[in-house]
Design a protein around this ligand. Structure first.
Ligand SMILES: Nc1ncnc2c1ncn2[C@@H]1O[C@H](COP(=O)(O)OP(=O)(O)OP(=O)(O)O)[C@@H](O)[C@H]1O
Length: 267
């Protein structure tokens, strides 16, 4: 089996006529832990959506070599008012294997309890989601991710509004997943946390600024370059016009918006 989990070739992604991330090339190796870092609007979540298949490339490719995917979007994208219990949310981790209507076996139920225990939520099975604190909700989502038994795990700002104790517990879980050979990509804003725990970093500013060992990427020079690119960015810029004729550009915008709606309806 190849050591490559993801391979980006000249990948450009965006929304309805506007590019959000341009010409990304590079390889993510299997069993590695990578941080995706950049200012607000630099394209981090867009890249996650591109990898998850929610957004189609405008140009270039994102070749993936993995079995199961687990994607944890930002908490703000989740509707917590949905009338469900913790056990309902976490057992969604089985759906890729059991289907949405598949009955849980006795061993599934014991796996569910083990995952809840691993995230410190034993006894929370029957709690309604809207009664959880932000940190408890994030722990429940990590339990669901564990049940998914995925080869590639995408975490978009998993530590937002989460206290230091929960962060350190969740970081231990993530490192355990990597030790098991899973590949983890994690969008983060806290550079100190990235420096301490994440060996590899991708720094974005609507395009790739630097990619490599965290110590080489998060340098003052690279962070300054990233700021310069971000500030110079024209929010209204279209696709890479030099690469895509106008008719193609419009066709892609429409097809991409439709694809995004269809996938969002499935997630
Ligand atoms: N659904 C969408 N439709 C149109 N434009 C979008 C959409 N989602 C994101 N964008 C735009 O794409 C650009 C990149 O957004 P993205 O969410 O990838 O940034 P980010 O780096 O994850 O930011 P943050 O740190 O604020 O979460 C931004 O200019 C944003 O406004």
């Amino acid at each position: 089996m190849s050591d490559i989990c993801l391979e980006f070739k000249n990948l450009t992604l965006g929304y309805q006529g506007h590019a959000a991330i341009h010409h990304l090339s590079g390889v993510v190796e299997r069993g590695t832990l990578t941080a995706i870092v950049g200012a607000n609007g630099s394209g981090k979540s867009t890249l996650m959506k591109g990898i998850a298949g929610i957004l189609r490339p405008i140009s270039g490719t994102c070749a993936s070599h993995f079995g199961r995917l687990a994607y944890l979007p930002q908490l703000s994208e989740l509707d917590r008012s949905f009338p469900a219990r913790v056990a309902d949310l976490v057992s969604l981790g089985f759906w890729q294997r059991r289907g949405l209507l598949g009955r849980l076996t006795r061993s599934d139920r014991s796996a569910l309890s083990e995952c809840l225990a691993a995230v410190g939520l034993s006894g929370f099975e029957a709690r309604p989601l809207d009664s959880l604190s932000g940190g408890q909700m994030q722990r429940a989502l990590f339990a669901r991710t564990m049940l998914q038994d995925a080869d590639l795990i995408l975490l978009d700002e998993p530590f937002n509004a989460v206290d230091a104790r929960t962060i350190s517990d969740l970081v231990i879980l993530i490192k355990g997943w990597v030790a098991e050979g899973r590949t983890v990509l994690c969008v983060l804003h806290d550079h100190a946390l990235v420096r301490e725990h994440i060996p590899t970093t991708i720094l974005l500013a609507r395009k790739l600024v630097a990619w490599g060992a965290t110590v080489d990427v998060l340098t003052p020079e690279n962070l300054l370059r990233a700021r310069g690119f971000q500030e110079a960015w024209d929010e209204k810029a279209g696709w890479c016009d030099e690469q895509l004729p106008a008719a193609e550009h419009t066709r892609h915008s429409e097809a991409s918006a439709l694809h995004e709606k269809k996938v969002a309806a499935r997630v």
